[in-house]
Design a protein around this ligand. Structure first.
Ligand code: ATP
Ligand code: ZN
Length: 284
């Protein structure tokens, strides 16, 4: 029994998807990127597909699970479950208009035409906001739609905004923030669910590893209570006495997100010799 996972054949998510599997200890040879290949040391088969097709294949069970942008999952509206956000492929779907147009609010779009490759997401958004706008569905090169007179505005993927600028557009509303996600077929067999659970366990250990840092520091004993409250770690911090002094060495784990705030506070409690190290995997 093998779990069939669909990933993007070639594009922005391909390398990162393979890297995620590799970080989970799964060896995949993808030298020639044929349609499918088997993992060497895990019961998994990898299918290389266009990202647009992945939701449908997962719904039908051609693939059991898939890795793709949340934006595609939402646009395709297939009957699949999103089981994990993966932390890469971050982008947003935004509305943009010619940069010299005056914009105050969404009523700008009333009676106007917007070009997009994401008609379903946009239609839903306009419906929610009570905006009656025309939607022009196009397959690609959406950013040129206004300059060639096809539409008044566009709705497209933005990551840095430089493509918009180059085409004389400005971003005015973000509709959806997206990242790569893991989706699954709704009716996996118990055997396949078991393999998926194993994979998920590894993905979580990897994600925890990259979102946390191992921290070692020296602190005066009188600050230990405050420091332990600040960096409790996975359960409790480790405290080792520094011989012949009233100082201790503290070992713990901190989250990347509030890392600098924690460091500032630690310094104010008298901590010194602070070392911060990456964590390869973290099993909580
Ligand atoms: P395919 O040939 O598989 O259909 P594609 O052209 O639709 O590929 P890519 O441009 O490779 O797709 O983008 C794949 C996904 O990467 C997007 O759906 C989105 O989730 C994510 N992404 C992240 N940043 C960007 C970006 N700057 N531009 C486009 N997509 C991005
Ligand atoms: Zn695509």
């Amino acid at each position: 029994m093998k779990l069939k996972v669909a990933i993007q054949k070639s594009g922005r998510l391909s390398e990162k998807s393979l890297e995620l599997l590799k970080e989970c200890g799964i060896k995949v040879s993808n030298g020639d990127r044929t349609l499918k290949t088997e993992a060497k040391n895990f019961p998994m088969e990898i299918l290389f597909l266009r990202d647009d097709d992945i939701p449908q294949y997962v719904e039908q069970g051609v693939a059991d699970i898939g890795i793709l942008g949340e934006n595609e999952v939402m646009e395709k509206e297939k009957d699949v479950i999103t089981i994990e956000r993966l932390g890469f492929g971050n982008c947003r779907l935004s509305l943009a208009i010619p940069k010299d147009d005056v914009y105050s609010d969404l009523s700008y779009f009333q009676g106007k035409k917007v070009a997009t490759s994401y008609p379903k997401i946009l239609r839903k958004f306009f419906l929610e906001k009570n905006i009656d706008a025309g939607i022009e569905e196009i397959g690609g090169s959406v950013e040129i739609a206004t300059s060639i007179g096809l539409a008044d505005g566009i709705f497209d993927i933005v990551s840095t905004g430089s493509t918009l600028l180059m085409n004389g557009l400005k971003e005015i509303e973000t509709v959806l923030k997206s990242e790569a996600v893991l989706i699954s077929n709704k009716n996996l067999s118990p055997e396949k669910s078991e393999i998926l659970d194993k994979l998920l366990f590894r993905i979580k250990a990897y994600k925890n590893g990259i979102s946390n840092k191992y921290i070692v520091l020296n602190a005066p004993n009188e600050s230990l209570d405050k420091i332990c409250a600040l960096i409790p770690g996975m359960r409790f911090p480790t405290i080792l006495p520094l011989s012949g002094s009233d100082w201790s060495s503290v070992h713990s784990v901190v989250e990347e997100d509030d890392f600098w705030n924690v460091i500032d506070a630690l310094k104010s409690y008298g901590a010194e010799g602070i070392l911060v190290m990456p964590i390869e995997k973290m099993i909580v």
